[in-house]
Design a protein around this ligand. Structure first.
Ligand code: DLZ
Length: 206
């Protein structure tokens, strides 16, 4: 039965050509790790290859915006380095091959040859769990992280999936990771699907 809450029915998107990052905080790791697993599971079921899922962690949620910005920027640098290596391999090959040989010569490969995609991240899922304590700490971090992540995605042009749970207690967090006493839905799965949809749409709109 369709529920009122949740992202609703969506098309299935093919993630087989995408490179997706998962960046997570290590605070509240039992909940966070389950959410990360849910996100990974959804990425793989949408066709994203495991070698194209890059996972990084930071101590707490407050670190997510800065690390997301650096992670995306590093992926751009890696992809341009891989592109340069390919151009340089092609140039070397052309220099050492007579024109008549070209049709029978294997295509050049960059030195980092694997099936992993050498392209910037198409989308990045940021995951953290903030649990309210006795002070105002929670409010400040939740506000700063939300605004920081929005700023990073609009400034960089890479879609960030907002996997920050801001919960009043541990039970609420467990329920949203699907490990509560009454079960619950693992929101990480929704975030994985959102990353694939946004990665595909981002490329379509580029
Ligand atoms: C300090 C702190 C506290 C009290 N609670 C959480 C939390 O519930 N979830 C979370 O992800 N991080 C928490 N942190 C750590 C901060 O996010 C941050 O890592 C530190 O303030 C260092 O910058």
């Amino acid at each position: 039965m369709a529920t009122l809450k949740g992202p609703g029915e969506a098309m299935e998107y093919d993630g087989s050509h995408l490179r997706i990052g998962i960046l997570h905080a290590r605070w509240n790791s039992k909940i966070v790790d389950t959410l990360v697993d849910g996100a990974k599971k959804a990425l793989v079921s949408s066709g994203v290859k495991t070698e194209n899922i890059e996972i990084q962690s930071v101590p707490g949620s407050y670190e997510l915006p800065f690390a997301a910005q650096r992670m995306y920027s590093a992926s751009q640098t890696q992809s341009s380095t891989a592109g340069n290596a390919l151009v340089s391999a092609a140039t070397d090959l052309l220099a050492s091959t007579s024109t008549s040989d070209l049709t029978t010569t294997a295509a050049p490969t960059a030195s980092k040859s694997s099936s992993a995609l050498s392209q910037p991240l198409d989308a990045l899922i940021t995951i953290g769990v903030l649990i309210k304590g006795e002070t105002m700490h929670f409010e400040y971090i939740a506000d700063a992280v939300s605004h920081g992540l929005m700023r990073v995605q609009l400034d960089s042009g890479v879609p960030l999936v907002f996997g920050l749970l801001t919960v009043l207690n541990e039970e609420q967090g467990m329920a949203r990771a699907g490990i509560g006493e009454k079960g619950g839905h693992n929101h990480g799965e929704d975030w994985g699907k959102a990353a694939v949809e946004l990665g595909v749409k981002r490329n379509g709109w580029a």
